[in-house]
Ligand binder design. Structure first.
Ligand SMILES: [Zn+2]
Length: 269
């Protein structure tokens, strides 16, 4: 379904995990980010892109290598694929295995090939830019959830594609490093001061319009990480930290994974 649409921006929301797919139209190009997730949903997104594209070039941004974000890439074989340099060096079979497991669990057949995307433009450093006519894309490293994430800022529209950070339905899922995760969240002020942002699109959940909502999500994320670290160190109760989040039965497992992850990190300190 469509979560939001205006002249330049359309955000699709999957029925699975509220995963978002972003389509941005500018005078110079069409940008698709993380098209997902069910075959019918990817089909809808593809139809939308085919309908609006005209003769503009198509860019496909993949925010990170988790399977739910790369699953639809095969439906856009002609796009110029943008992802991080770290994304490029992942082992494709390790990424695709959980996707195949999901599809087998729910008897899902896909209309497009399931394959790990080849990256055409690899983002290697913070603040790297890609200029297409009057459209500027600026990329920042966004590690901590995975070690291969990127933020993409599209200007002059002021759209921030955030991947799996700054969600309003998920607390931080710490998959690669809690220190990196904190650093990534702390980039928020810098990004907001350099780029006038109108809308931030998280990988799961709802768009944040305006600075205040973005800062709230950043602070919620930092508080969760700091509080959970403290609780793990002190061997204290921590379930109250996810009291404010929905979908408890599902998210509790992710919270427990964070606990296990932080325990391993602490053991190394
Ligand atoms: Zn995700």
């Amino acid at each position: 379904m469509i979560q939001y649409t205006d002249k330049h921006l359309t955000v699709f929301e999957s029925q699975i995990y509220k995963t978002t797919s972003t389509i941005i139209e500018t005078e110079d190009c069409v940008i698709v980010a993380d098209p997902c997730l069910l075959p019918s949903e990817i089909g809808e997104i593809r139809e939308h892109v085919v309908r609006v594209k005209g003769n503009r070039p198509l860019y496909l941004i993949l925010t990170h290598s988790d399977w739910d974000h790369v699953v639809g890439a095969g439906a856009f074989p002609d796009a110029t694929v943008i992802a991080s340099a770290a994304f490029r060096s992942k082992k494709p079979e390790e990424i695709l295995e959980p996707l195949r497991a999901f599809d087998d669990q729910y008897y899902i057949d896909r209309n497009w090939p399931v394959r790990y995307p080849d990256v055409d433009v690899a983002v290697a450093k913070d603040g790297e830019r890609l200029i297409v006519g009057g459209t500027t894309l600026t990329f920042y490293e966004a590690k901590g959830h995975t070690d291969d994430g990127i933020f993409a800022i599209v200007e002059p529209l002021g759209i921030w594609i955030a991947g799996d950070y700054l969600s309003n339905v998920e607390f931080p899922f710490i998959g690669s490093s809690s220190k990196d995760y904190v650093e990534t969240l702390k980039k928020t002020e810098m990004i907001l001061s350099k780029h006038p942002i109108n809308a931030l699109i998280p990988g799961h959940g709802h768009i944040a319009f305006g600075k205040e909502e973005i800062m709230k999500r950043k602070n919620d994320g930092l508080l969760y990480i700091a509080s959970l670290k403290q609780a793990v160190r002190a061997n204290a109760e921590h379930d109250h930290l996810i009291a404010g989040y929905p979908y408890k039965r599902g998210l509790k497992a992710c919270h427990e994974e964070n606990v296990q992850f932080l325990m391993k990190e602490l053991a190394k300190e």
